[in-house]
Design a binder for this molecule. Structure first.
Ligand SMILES: *Cc1c(COP(=O)(O)O)cnc(C)c1O
Length: 359
């Protein structure tokens, strides 16, 4: 039976990538070794690492004045590394809060500086993006932080905020590589890999080079972007196997036609699922229609008493990891790049059938 994994993260990886990794698992390109066993400073791994970075730069059209870092510590470490590096003598930072991950970034930011919550959609249960006309931005903020896609609430910006001269910082963990993005609009883009890049344990940071090199006093050396940039992300042992797998995912995306091509697929998948929810009186998604995520689709059943049955029957049909986040309840279907259209079609078919039988 085909299993479609709708997990929010760690999440589904492209089957082709896993098959290639299996092929190369014991003997990478005639080296007689697994990538896992290679020295990160050896010629072979250096080649893998450089190729992955070059492919990511090509996919995202990353300008030359940006560093690309392959780090550990997850997106959660970036909640701290961003202020530790970007404050640069300033004492305040702006945050836009559209959900649970934004809240976590803010809580961590408060350990480093005065946080101004320039806008929040808390009042409507984090089901929308606040209108930019009402944002209380601070011209002297060290940076403006936001979460382009809230993985738990399923709320996504379909546009890039205008931060003026203030560096814009984006936690793109669950939306990076889902569509083209103008990197030059950002000071920092960061993402944990386990949603749309590769396995857990790797995080990717894209940072404009004029913003690094002035970390807060007393920071651990591992928290200094410049240290990682100056050492090609090999100041210490990087997550080599995750980096390699990320590289295979980048090649897979290039073979598919890049981010324009995958964005069309992602748009189709999201529309299929939202249409089936909207056209039913049994399923509901609470998010404002203009701010619905292409990647994470929460939905509820008209009768929450049927949640357990829904999950059980979906699982038996090969549709797994659909349980909503514990803070939200209901269901959540994460439909990242690696989720094929056939998987979303199978889910939609199952939902219609379940509604007929049980609704
Ligand atoms: C998953 C996620 C995180 C946390 O990532 P870790 O790698 O577990 O630290 C942060 N932000 C967003 C938007 C996420 O989806």
């Amino acid at each position: 039976m085909t299993v479609y994994n709708f997990s929010a993260g760690p999440a589904v990886l492209p089957k082709e990538v896993l098959e290639q990794a299996r092929e190369e698992l014991l003997d990478w390109h005639g080296s007689g070794m697994s990538v896992m066993e290679m020295s990160h400073r050896g010629k072979q791994f250096m080649e893998i690492a450089a190729r992955a970075e070059a492919d990511l730069r090509e996919l995202m059209k990353i300008p030359d004045n940006y560093k690309v870092l392959f780090l550990q510590g997850g997106a959660s470490s970036q909640f701290a590394m961003v202020p530790a590096n970007l404050l640069r003598g300033k004492t305040r930072a702006d945050y836009i809060c559209t959900g649970a991950w934004g809240k976590k970034a803010i809580a961590e930011g408060k350990r480093y500086c005065e946080v101004n919550i320039a806008a929040s959609s808390q009042a409507d249960g984090f089901n929308s993006i606040p209108e930019p006309s009402g944002w209380q931005l601070d011209a002297d903020a060290a940076y403006l932080h936001y979460t382009p896609n809230e993985t738990i609430g399923g709320v996504e910006f379909h546009w890039i905020p205008d931060a003026g001269a203030v560096p814009l910082v984006a936690d793109m963990s669950s939306t990076i590589l889902s569509r083209p993005v103008d990197v030059s609009r950002f000071g920092v883009i960061y993402a944990g890999a386990q949603k749309n890049i590769g396995p857990a344990g790797l995080s990717v940071v894209i940072v404009r080079d004029d913003l690094i090199g002035q970390p807060l006093d007393g920071q651990p050396v591992m928290f200094d972007y410049a240290v990682h940039a100056d050492n090609g992300s090999m100041y210490n042992t990087p997550p080599t196997y995750g980096w390699y797998l990320a590289g295979l995912v980048f090649q897979w995306l290039k073979d598919l036609g890049g981010l324009e091509a995958i964005s069309l697929v992602n748009h189709r998948k999201a529309r299929l699922l939202y249409d089936s929810i909207d056209n039913s009186a049994f399923y509901a998604n609470p998010v404002d229609a203009n701010s619905r995520s292409w990647m994470n689709v929460p939905f509820t059943l008209a009768d929450p008493g049927l949640d357990g049955t829904f999950l059980e029957e979906a699982g038996a049909a090969g549709l797994v990891s659909l349980k909503g986040h514990r803070s939200v309840g209901g269901m959540r279907a994460s439909i990242y790049n690696a989720m094929p259209e056939t998987g979303v079609q199978a889910l939609v078919d199952f939902m219609a059938d379940f509604e007929r039988r049980r609704g």
